[in-house]
Write a protein that binds this ligand. Structure first.
Ligand code: UDP
Ligand code: MG
Length: 328
């Protein structure tokens, strides 16, 4: 039977928390009372996660499917691979660390049933470190102004998407992307609801400050050219101002004769603009680097195996896919 609800969960080194996740996730979904499937995507975990997932697949083969990557391609690639495997009309993404309580899923499903095709969620009380909460609030605001994408709480992955949105996302071949923003672009009727948020159940965050900064660059460069345009504007204003300065200095030269005061002020200004220029070149590089990755057109991820129950086959592991499905 075709499931109506598909849950997609990316997994990277989550052996410590998977048991607790299963214990709460399956009952919460059983309670909703619609046919469902859970697609776990193992993003190249180096711990015991794979065997725990395989074990869980054996326990509930009717509703469990496991996509195994051959390496670590990042949370968003894992979610995209999960999307391609889903069959439900409603697709919900969730983190594996129980920061998004599975008991909240039914709220998202109800919203989708009301006719929305994108349901974002806002954490009522965010259980993360203070610096991350503040930094992400600031980034949220900046991102909104640059990209015009209305995601109040971008760090939160508990979201539901309609099939129409998922089908469009599946057609994209973007190498660096941010799934909620991409889906938002394709949605006709988006909305947001407030959900609970818990502290990480076990293990630790997979995101360092560095990878968070990279992710935000992906988000901004992937959805907007505004940063580049700001630099062109800045360049124009600067050229205008320096042209004025040249004229002024010329006039002074004729009125007051040669003068060489204020050299240090000049240095300060010059260094400031060197900084601005370096930042501009770096920013340009962010775009060019992504263009390069895109035109190289390597597979975005490699699926090694999918554990899934194939009706009519005794074999529960779908060996056909061992041929290696390759994402675009
Ligand atoms: N994750 C992943 N690949 C990665 C990093 C993370 O699949 O390279 C998964 C991770 O297992 C978890 C989710 O993405 O299910 C969110 O990760 P985490 O909880 O570490 O992020 P945070 O909550 O700190 O933003
Ligand atoms: Mg987390």
């Amino acid at each position: 039977m075709k499931p109506e609800l598909s849950i997609v969960i990316p997994i990277y080194n989550e052996e410590a928390g998977l048991g607790a996740l299963f214990e709460r996730l399956y009952p919460a979904l059983d309670k909703i009372g619609v046919p469902y499937e859970i697609v776990f995507v193992n993003d190249g975990s180096r711990d015991n996660s794979v065997s725990i997932l395989a074990e869980q697949f054996r326990t509930r083969p009717d509703v469990t499917r496991v996509v195994l990557f051959n390496g670590n391609y990042g949370q968003h690639m894992a979610i995209l691979a999960g999307f391609e495997a889903t069959r439900g009309e409603i697709v919900v993404t969730l983190d594996a660390d129980l920061q998004n309580p599975p008991e909240e899923i039914h709220k998202l499903v109800e919203k989708i049933r009301e006719g929305y095709d994108y349901v974002g969620s806002i954490r009522r009380k965010r259980q993360d470190s203070a610096w991350r909460t503040i930094a992400s609030k600031m980034m949220n605001r900046l991102r909104y102004r640059i990209t015009n994408i209305q995601i109040t709480d971008q760090g939160n992955m508990l979201r539901a998407y309609g099939r129409n949105v998922i089908d469009l996302v599946n057609q994209c071949g973007e190498v660096n992307t941010f799934v909620p923003a991409l889906a938002y672009k394709f949605s006709r009727k988006p909305t947001e609801i407030i959900v609970e948020h818990e502290e990480r159940a076990a293990g630790e965050s997979k995101y360092s400050l560095y990878s968070l900064i990279r992710l935000n660059f992906d988000l901004v460069t992937g959805f907007s050219l505004v940063p580049l345009q700001i630099f062109s504007m800045l360049g124009m204003v600067m050229s205008l101002l320096s042209a004025l300065l040249v004229v002024m200095l010329l006039i002074r030269r004729f009125i007051m004769g040669a003068e060489a005061e204020g050299v240090f002020t000049l240095f300060a200004i010059a260094f400031f603009f060197m900084g601005v220029i370096l930042f501009g070149i770096g920013l340009l590089g962010e775009y060019i680097g992504r263009i390069f990755q895109q035109v190289r057109a390597r597979p975005r991820y490699v699926v090694q195996t999918i554990l899934q129950h194939v009706p009519g086959k005794d074999e529960q592991i779908d060996l056909a896919v061992e041929k290696r499905q390759v994402g675009r």
